[in-house]
Design a protein around this ligand. Structure first.
Ligand code: SAH
Length: 339
């Protein structure tokens, strides 16, 4: 077991179950997340026997950073896991802070046709500590705080739900990385039962839905998950989520040339989401070497945008990061593995 897997409550339980004091949990959290120790021997305020026990029960190791690609306002990190697998995380420097896009699985089973990450089937879920230490290691490299987190790297986070919630709890805790829930976003391709479950999660984390098509015929073609959870069910779940949480959701919509970027699609999309408390984030597609999809041209993107605007849908166009250093969506890892 890795120490970065433990929530603060689990740490308390651990100390109590070893006849020790609850407050050690706060101390240990502070050593791990404020003082950033690299070895257990640096801890000075917990008794030696307890430290010995800790070092028998837990590993304090992080990931292995194997490659960083840097551009002006974006860095891409490639990490090796203990079993030799690779995952990636991307740091984006915004004027409002440093945002990191983390991976949640090795590979992905969702099979979205346009997505590079899904070309490799899921090998395994990432444990909470493997997500937490992506952030710790990036902060170490950056020598600055990460202020925003998006779970939009490799993997489907709602297919790794329990570890994801642990991750949120650890990074959000005031003695942990203290990243505010409103600064955390999770993106899902639309796993309906988990969306419903997530509506009961107490932290005010932002939810983004990868929609990418305004009707079942088209969505079935590009996102196989739609066959399990078609749009009617998805929309119903989102209505319940919105009612329960009083939050706003984001719809992500990649514009794929000639596929989902027509004026009819824009109108259909406006009708589909227009009644919800949401906004639509239009994403210029990052073309990859391996797949047949092309990005829509700027004129088409602006037309699509205007139609949504005219129909009173809140809409933004995603700023692009990292295209140059293949930091977009699973490309670095797949480059590495094809070498
Ligand atoms: N599985 C989750 C999170 C990971 S993907 C999900 O589906 O939301 C994060 C986002 O990147 C998704 O909206 C996904 O559809 C999008 N994406 C995948 N490949 C892309 C590409 N080549 N260009 C632009 N966006 C892409």
């Amino acid at each position: 077991m890795n120490i970065y897997n433990l929530t603060r409550d689990e740490m308390e339980e651990y100390f109590v179950s070893h006849g020790s004091k609850k407050f050690h949990a706060d101390q240990l959290f502070s050593w791990l997340y404020e003082k950033r120790i690299s070895s257990i021997s640096e801890i000075t305020d917990i008794k030696k026997e307890m430290l010995d026990q800790l070092s028998r029960d837990f590993s304090f190791s992080k990931l292995k950073l194997v490659q960083v690609e840097r551009d002006k306002d974006v860095c891409k990190y490639l990490f090796e896991l203990f079993d030799g697998e690779h995952i990636e995380a991307v740091l984006m420097k915004h004027d409002y802070g440093n945002s990191v896009c983390v991976s949640s699985q090795v590979g992905c089973n969702m099979g979205c046709k346009f997505c590079e990450s899904g070309r490799r089937k899921k090998v395994r879920n990432l444990e909470a500590w493997e997500m937490v230490t992506q952030l710790l290691m990036i902060e170490e490299d950056l020598k600055d705080r990460v202020s925003h987190v998006v779970v939009m790297g490799i993997g489907e986070p709602f297919d790794n739900y329990d570890n994801l919630l642990k991750f949120f709890s650890i990074i959000n805790h005031s003695k942990g990385l203290a990243i505010g829930a409103r600064h955390i976003t999770v993106s899902t391709c639309g796993i309906v039962p988990k969306i419903l479950e997530f509506s009961n999660f107490p932290l005010q984390i932002n939810l983004a839905i990868s929609l990418h098509a305004p009707n079942d015929t088209l969505r079935n073609k590009i996102m196989p998950i739609n066959k399990a959870y078609p749009l009617k069910e998805l929309m119903k779940a989102l209505e319940i989520y919105l009612k329960k949480t009083n939050r706003r959701i984001t719809f992500e919509y990649i514009l794929l040339n000639g596929i989902n970027d027509t004026e009819d699609c824009a109108l259909e999309l406006a009708h589909l989401v227009g009644h919800l408390n949401c906004y639509v984030n239009l994403i210029p597609y990052n073309e990859t070497n391996n797949l047949e999809f092309k990005r829509s041209n700027t004129v088409q993107i602006m037309k699509f945008y205007d139609i949504l605007k005219k129909n009173r849908v809140a809409v933004t166009i995603r700023r692009e990061f990292g295209g140059k250093i293949s930091a977009a969506c699973g490309q670095l890892r797949s480059k590495k593995e094809e070498l």
